[in-house]
Design a binder for this molecule. Structure first.
Ligand SMILES: Nc1ncnc2c1ncn2[C@@H]1O[C@H](COP(=O)(O)OP(=O)(O)OP(=O)(O)O)[C@@H](O)[C@H]1O
Length: 323
């Protein structure tokens, strides 16, 4: 997991950022900060406002309200300067299929004004970094989806950006391909200090690589923080797993403990859902009943559970991966 560089100015900063399309508020009062070396995951169902946010960060869509800075610049006023320092990887990167990976990157380098010899060394290094050195001279139409995705990241890195924005970077990839892409993103943040903003529906993957996440719905970021912070916000639940040596129904005795919401069987163990940390009280009650405690440990909610909890509270549906 990548830690933000402490004390650094945010590479992406928004305050009250808002975008309206007629009566529709696509992005509503967004406060966001992503620091150099940090990977921030923007999570949300279709139509939540993720792409609209990205377009504003890239200077491709004008905000209706609020303020924003990307690498210290206002993208609305300095779109070209922002573009030169921000790499963007859409969910389906377009390449010239008949040209090799290397030639595609050389084309991007030329568009970005790099001289031929600097570009050539840079491209060799990038192809190596994204694991495509041995296929660099094959036409891109022979690449797999995962290879294209990695070439897309290399393409965004040609200009050596300070910020990398990835829209659904692992969509359509198998687990190995997804691991390769996410591992690459992690290295870029850790080794080069790139600030990364990625959007995804794939909660388990986001949880693996993002220092912080924001849950986005109907244009609003309803929660943001580390996974641990999100679990604790809005009275997050404590889940305690309990096992005893005897075959006994723990539900009646543990269910009486103040703060316990419910007790359910979970295979050979019992799962206690509570509003506070009830481990000591559970152990005491079990000992008092003459039962032998075999294990007692706290399970934290994973991001999927947190995400569903927020959506249940927001009263909206989502089509997100069930981990
Ligand atoms: N050009 C536009 N004109 C009118 N409404 C728009 C426009 N672009 C987006 N919207 C609306 O704004 C809302 C947010 O859309 P956006 O594309 O940002 O969502 P998203 O989170 O990126 O969704 P997805 O995961 O499907 O890409 C949606 O209700 C969408 O219909």
């Amino acid at each position: 997991m990548t830690a933000p560089a402490t004390g650094s100015a945010p590479a992406i900063w928004t305050h009250g950022l808002t975008k309206r399309y007629g009566d529709k508020v696509a992005v509503d009062n967004l406060h966001l900060e992503v620091h150099p070396g940090e990977i921030f995951g923007l999570l949300g169902p279709n139509g939540a406002g993720k792409t609209t946010t990205i377009l504003m960060l890239l200077g491709l869509s004008e905000p209706s309200g609020g303020r924003l800075k990307v690498v210290g610049l206002d993208p609305t006023r300095s779109a070209l300067d922002v573009k030169s320092r921000v790499g963007y990887v859409p969910d389906n990167v377009g390449f010239y299929g008949g040209l090799s990976g290397r030639r595609n990157l050389a084309y991007t380098a030329r568009l970005n004004g790099l001289d031929r010899s600097t570009a050539s060394a840079q491209i060799d290094r990038l192809l190596d970094e994204v694991g495509l050195a041995d296929r660099a001279d094959d036409p891109v139409r022979h690449y797999s989806h995962g290879m294209r995705q990695r070439l897309g990241i290399a393409d965004a890195l040609v200009k050596d950006p300070d910020v990398l924005i990835l829209d659904e970077p692992t969509i359509g990839l198998d687990p190995h391909g997804a691991d390769q892409v996410l591992g690459l993103v992690q290295r870029l943040a850790a080794e080069r200090g790139v600030a990364v903003l990625l959007t995804s529906h794939l909660l388990t993957q986001v949880q693996q690589v993002c220092a912080r996440v924001g849950i986005f719905t109907n244009g609003r970021m309803v929660a943001s923080g580390t996974v641990g912070e999100l679990a604790a916000q809005r009275g997050g639940q404590y889940l305690v797993e309990v096992g005893v040596a005897e075959k006994a129904d723990l539900a009646p005795m543990v269910g009486e403990i103040p703060g316990v919401a419910d007790v359910t069987a979970d295979g050979d163990a019992w799962l206690v859902r509570a509003r506070t940390d009830v481990r000591a009280a559970v152990a005491e009650r079990i000992g008092g009943a003459g039962l032998t405690l075999v294990h007692l440990h706290q399970r934290s909610e994973d991001l999927g559970q947190i995400y569903r909890r927020y959506f249940a509270e927001e009263g909206s549906d989502d089509d997100t991966e069930r981990p």
